[in-house]
Design a protein around this ligand. Structure first.
Ligand SMILES: Cc1cc2nc3c(=O)[nH]c(=O)nc-3n(C[C@H](O)[C@H](O)[C@H](O)COP(=O)(O)O)c2cc1C
Length: 254
C-alpha cells in the first residue's frame, strides 16, 4: 500500500507513478487528515510512505499520523520524500519511527521535485517544472525496482549538518515560522471556497464570503498555490510570485 500526503501535488505524482509501477493501491493521507477517517491501514504488500520535506523533515502532522495509524498485514516500511533538494536527517527519524512501531525498515529515498517553498521557490516557467519532474523519472524507476525486489532502499542527495537542520532548526521553523504565519487575502478573492476545500487540516473557513484562517496551519501552501486568483499571500513573501501545482500523473503524459 502506498500512502501519500501532498500540498501541491508532487508527492501525489510520485505516489501515482510508483502505484503504477508496483501495481499497488494508492491511499491519500490528506483524506485521512481532512475527513477524520479511521486510522487503520492494511496491506499484504510492503507499505510505502510518501510525503514532502518541510524544514528537513516530514511535516509534523504527517509524522504524528504515522505514529497514530494502526498498520496491519505486511510489516515492512519504505519512505519516499519529495523535496526541493535537501532532506537533512529525515531518514534517521523515519528509521526510529519504524523501530518504535516494531516494524521493519525497508529504507528511504529522497526525490528532487519542483520546490514549492516561497523561501527557495525556483520555478520560472511551466517547461522548467516539467523538466524537473521528468528528471525524477529514472530515480522513481530505481525506487520501484528496489521495492519490487524487496531490497533495501537508500537513495539520498548529499546533505551537510543534517542533524542540526532536522533537529533544532526544524523545531524553530515549526514553532516560529509555521505557527506564526500571517495570511492575507487580496481584493482579487472571489469567495470561491477552493482554499477551504484544499486545506488538509480544515484551517480555513468562509466568513461572509471571505476565507478566515485559524492557527492550525501545517504550512503546505496548498491554499496559496491553488487559489485561482492568486489572492492568498504570506504578505510580501509571496506577492507577485509564480504559483505552482504539479501536473497530474494520471491525466497528463510528459
Ligand atoms: C513549509 C515548507 C518547507 C520546505 N522545506 C524544505 C526543505 O527543508 N528541504 C527541501 O528540499 N524542500 C523543502 N520544501 C519543498 C518541498 O519539500 C517540495 O517542493 C515538495 O516536493 C512539495 O511536495 P508536495 O507538492 O507534495 O506538497 C519545503 C516546502 C514547504 C512548503
Amino acid at each position: 500500500m502506498i500512502l501519500y500526503f501532498t500540498g501541491t501535488g508532487n508527492s501525489k505524482y510520485v505516489a501515482d507513478y510508483l502505484g503504477d509501477k508496483l501495481q499497488d493501491e494508492v491511499v491519500s493521507l490528506n483524506d485521512m487528515l481532512k475527513n477524520d477517517l479511521p486510522l487503520i491501514a492494511e496491506s499484504e504488500k510492503p507499505f510505502v510512505w510518501i510525503a514532502p520535506i518541510y524544514a528537513w523533515r516530514f511535516p509534523e502532522r504527517v509524522d504524528e499520523l504515522f505514529r497514530k495509524i494502526y498498520f496491519k498485514g505486511n510489516t515492512t516500511f519504505y519512505f519516499v520524500a519529495t523535496m526541493g533538494g535537501d532532506s537533512g536527517n529525515c531518514q534517521k527519524v523515519c528509521k526510529k519511527r519504524v523501530r518504535d512501531k516494531g516494524m521493519s525498515y525497508g529504507g528511504f529515498a529522497d526525490v528532487i521535485m519542483p520546490d514549492n517553498y516561497f523561501g527557495g521557490f525556483n520555478i520560472k516557467n511551466e517547461q522548467e517544472m516539467v523538466d524537473i519532474v521528468k528528471a525524477a523519472h529514472p530515480v522513481l524507476d530505481v525506487i520501484a525496482d528496489t521495492i519490487k525486489k524487496g531490497h533495501t532502499l537508500d537513495i539520498r542527495v548529499k546533505s551537510s549538518a543534517g542533524g542540526l537542520k532536522s533537529g533544532i532548526v526544524n523545531y524553530g521553523f515549526n514553532k516560529y515560522m509555521l505557527q506564526k504565519a500571517k495570511y492575507t487575502v487580496s481584493e482579487a478573492c472571489t469567495g470561491c471556497g477552493k482554499c477551504v476545500k484544499v486545506c488538509p487540516v480544515n484551517n480555513i473557513k468562509m466568513l461572509l464570503g471571505r476565507p478566515e484562517f485559524s492557527d492550525d496551519c501545517m504550512g503546505c501552501y496548498a491554499c496559496i498555490h491553488k487559489c485561482p486568483e492568486k489572492a492568498i499571500n504570506l504578505g510580501k513573501k509571496t506577492e507577485g510570485k509564480t504559483r505552482y501545482v504539479c501536473i497530474d500523473y494520471k491525466k497528463e503524459t510528459i
